[in-house]
Design a protein around this ligand. Structure first.
Ligand code: OAD
Length: 235
């Protein structure tokens, strides 16, 4: 089994900002103002405005999957033993044709009702007037993105896949946010980091491949698909 973990770096060349690079989202917007349950309780309009703007950007005509998303989708379609885990809340893996993606940090194009707990597709701006299509309550809808101080999703399934996999590949993630930063330690098999430059946890990986994801991921996937990836076959 192969586990792929993606982060904001894979979507950077598609036009979506990362979080912690020089021009990253968290360099201009304080996390505690927009990305915690406490922030939403204190100022829902501020939090909604932040995610409304990100949702509109994602739905813009200029945002599309890049060669890295497309290569991973091709790999998934060619091998049923690939599990894709993403920290990204965008839908670029799905748009690239990935048959499966575990969104551990939720999804920007979904909303959740705090009155009835239903979750559904949502492409409009969220406001106090937004009405739940399930229970009809208004003013209780929130983005289905996982905030800081909330439990990421699919953790049991991810832990099982990590323990069983013979190859773990982390792509475009800084290794600064747990639990994803600790995944590499849960793998007995070979581990590869693919990133623009060595991440904060690069030394925990067996191997690093560095450069823009759209240039590094396609040849890596090609090696895997042709059976030329010697480190994998050795196990
Ligand atoms: P970060 O912004 O922390 O890290 C992005 C990583 O991608 C960095 O290591 C960059 O070097 C790398 N990178 C940038 N451009 C790249 C490119 N073109 N090709 C390859 N790599 C590139 O983003 P994440 O690690 O995804 O959580 O952040 C993890 C979580 O922190 C996010 O899911 C989000 C954020 O706060 C929540 O919002 C809950």
């Amino acid at each position: 089994m192969i586990v792929l973990l993606t982060g904001a770096g894979i979507s950077q060349e598609s036009g979506l900002s990362t979080f912690r690079d020089a021009d990253g989202t968290w360099t201009s917007v304080p996390i505690e103002e927009v990305a915690t349950p406490e922030a939403f309780a204190r100022d829902p309009s501020r939090v909604n405005a932040f995610y409304n703007s990100r949702r509109r950007k994602l739905l813009g005509a200029d945002i599309a999957p890049n060669a890295a998303h497309l290569a991973l989708a091709q790999l998934q379609r060619s091998r049923p033993d690939v599990i894709l885990v993403t920290q990204n809340v965008d839908n670029l893996h799905e748009r690239a044709g990935s048959p499966q993606a575990l969104h551990m940090h939720g999804e920007l194009l979904k909303a959740r009702c705090l009155a009835c707990e239903a979750e559904f597709s949502w492409q409009e701006d969220l406001s106090p007037e937004s009405r739940c299509p399930d229970c009809g309550d208004s003013g209780r809808l929130r983005t289905a993105v996982v905030w800081f101080n909330e439990r990421p999703r699919h953790l049991t399934e991810i832990a099982e896949a990590l323990a069983a996999c013979h190859l773990f590949v982390a792509i475009g993630t800084s290794g600064s946010v747990n639990p994803a930063a600790g995944f590499v330690e849960m793998v007995k098999g070979h581990t590869v980091e693919i990133n623009l430059a060595p991440s904060a946890i690069a030394e925990r990986f067996d191997e690093g491949i560095y450069g823009p994801a759209s240039e590094t991921v396609p040849p890596f996937v090609e090696q895997l698909m042709s059976g030329d990836f010697a480190r994998e076959e050795a196990r």
